[in-house]
Design a binder for this molecule. Structure first.
Ligand code: AMP
Ligand code: ZN
Length: 467
């Protein structure tokens, strides 16, 4: 199997350290809010990697961390702790915030058929491991104390910048004026921060009360569960220049330059309408937002599968409509294959199977697998094609075993629905067609206030009187 390693910028033949077992660490969510579909694209990618490895015969020991402390509003140590900020805003403890958003994150993952890694590690359960790591870095001379915390001295680490291939001198001259004048280099990062008296999450350390930096979390937890040397580390591309660069600096400081990670896998970003996605921009859609607009979570998974994980993916609602239609077409075609008694020639099946495995082994080429599947369903109807599609689904995760009910006659609208409600419902359908979701949501609420509920079904809109 070949995987693209960000460190070497090459597709490389993958060989795990231990025969038959892959050790893999994936950067998990910061649980201070709902995951948006961009975040979830990254976890669909992590899931695809896991599925591809399993198809290639490997067992996996995977770790996903939950960042419930230490991730500041700025990736490079400025601003407030994201958890603390939400905690203040929502008037709940950080523990409650983390618990709630972690729960919703895994619910979203389940809807998207994103498998759970073997180990889920919460940052706040590993403060002692992080502290020991920081003490060890200080003992080796890589950490230094300032008034507000303990910082990593990146100029002591020769390999700094090797993942993102940044040049430290260039970075230094281009860096903004740092508010922390005690730092020896602007890119030095916090290993541990000293807490002000009323800081909401804090633990005891030899420097008094404080809390960990974000990057130390992943170094400490990957080491604890996977050891000082493991196979794969995954995350989104935004983590390459700061978070993962800093993880490497921490890891290799303790091993005298011996790498901890063999293969760095990074998933590209999702854009919305060609631009950045963000909650403040009003386009940080969640899975719930998509469901409210009549899409199934797997329509979104299908949308993600259409692009290779290393390509930017531009989210639009018309693109999602396309994914929804092709998913339906696929399921309908498979239902016909399933009910056929005819056989497909063995050689044909073998050839499809070989093409499938070639695509999986070629840096997890999901779009190629989808293309193959759409060619395959055009074959004469046969149970064998259906069975092979289920094999493909071990990678795709589209629930191809759950086939649509036979098409029903259009359900008539109940006769006693007032004309006013029917007119509103038509207006809403038009608004949805025009992609004016703000208006369609508003009309839905208007209808609701008048005592009726509109339900989008596979056979059109249904209106029911509220109980
Ligand atoms: P966070 O919860 O902010 O720590 O981010 C969780 C994951 O989502 C990280 O691996 C990020 O790299 C990834 N991510 C953030 N924004 C996007 C985006 N627009 N597209 C794809 N992945 C993203
Ligand atoms: Zn991480």
């Amino acid at each position: 199997m070949k995987l693209y390693n960000t460190l070497t910028r090459q597709k490389e033949e993958f060989t795990p350290l231990k025969q038959g077992l892959v050790t893999m660490y994936s950067c998990g969510p910061t649980v201070y809010g709902y995951a948006h579909i961009g975040n979830l694209r990254t976890y669909v990618f992590m899931d695809l990697a896991r599925r591809a490895l399993k198809l290639c015969g490997y067992k996996i020991k995977g770790v996903l961390n939950i960042t419930d402390v230490g991730h500041l509003t700025d990736d490079s140590d400025d601003g407030e702790d994201k958890m603390a900020l939400t905690s203040k805003r929502e008037q709940k403890s950080p523990w409650e915030i983390a618990e709630y958003y972690t729960k919703v994150f895994f619910e979203d993952c389940a809807k998207l058929n994103i498998g759970k890694p073997e180990i889920i590690a919460k940052a706040t359960d590993h403060i002692q491991e992080m502290l020991s790591y920081v003490y060890a870095l200080c003992d080796k001379g890589f950490g230094y104390e300032t008034e507000d915390g303990i910082y990593y001295d990146i100029q002591k680490f020769e390999g700094y910048g090797k993942l993102s291939r940044i040049n430290l001198d260039e970075q230094l001259s281009g860096a903004r004026v740092d508010i922390n004048t005690e730092k020896r280099h602007p890119a030095d990062f916090a290993l541990w921060k000293k807490a002000e008296k009323n800081h909401i999450m804090q633990w005891d350390s030899k420097w008094g009360m404080g809390y960990p930096g974000w990057h130390i979390e992943c170094s400490a937890m990957s080491k604890k569960y996977l050891g000082a040397h493991f196979d794969i580390h995954s995350g989104g591309v935004d983590h390459i220049p700061i978070h993962h660069e800093n993880e490497i600096a921490q890891n290799e400081a303790l091993t005298d330059g011996k790498p901890a990670v063999n293969v760095w896998l990074h998933g590209e970003f999702m854009l919305v309408d060609g631009g950045k996605m963000g909650k403040s921009l009003g386009n940080g859609y969640t899975i719930k937002n998509l469901e409210e607009r009549g899409y199934h979570a797997l329509d979104f998974r299908m949308f993600c599968l259409n692009a290779h994980y290393r390509k930017k993916l531009n989210f639009t609602f018309s693109g999602l409509d396309g994914a929804k239609t092709s998913r339906m077409r696929l399921l309908e075609a498979l239902a016909l294959h399933k009910s056929s008694a005819t056989a497909t020639p063995k050689e044909k099946l073998e050839s499809y199977k070989a093409d499938f495995m070639n695509a999986v082994e070629d840096d997890i080429n999901a779009p190629r697998v989808l293309g193959l599947l759409f060619t395959m369903i055009k074959e004469p109807k046969s149970k064998d094609i259906y069975a092979l599609a289920l094999e493909f689904d071990k990678l795709l995760g589209l629930d191809l075993h759950i086939l649509p009910e036979p098409k029903k006659e259009e359900e008539p609208l109940a006769e006693d629905i007032p004309a006013e409600i029917l007119a509103l419902s038509e207006k809403r359908t038009q608004a949805k067609k025009d992609k004016n979701f703000a208006l369609s949501d508003q009309i839905r609420n208007e209808i609701l206030a008048k005592g009726y509920t509109v339900i989008d079904t596979a056979n059109g809109v249904k209106i029911v009187r509220n109980a």
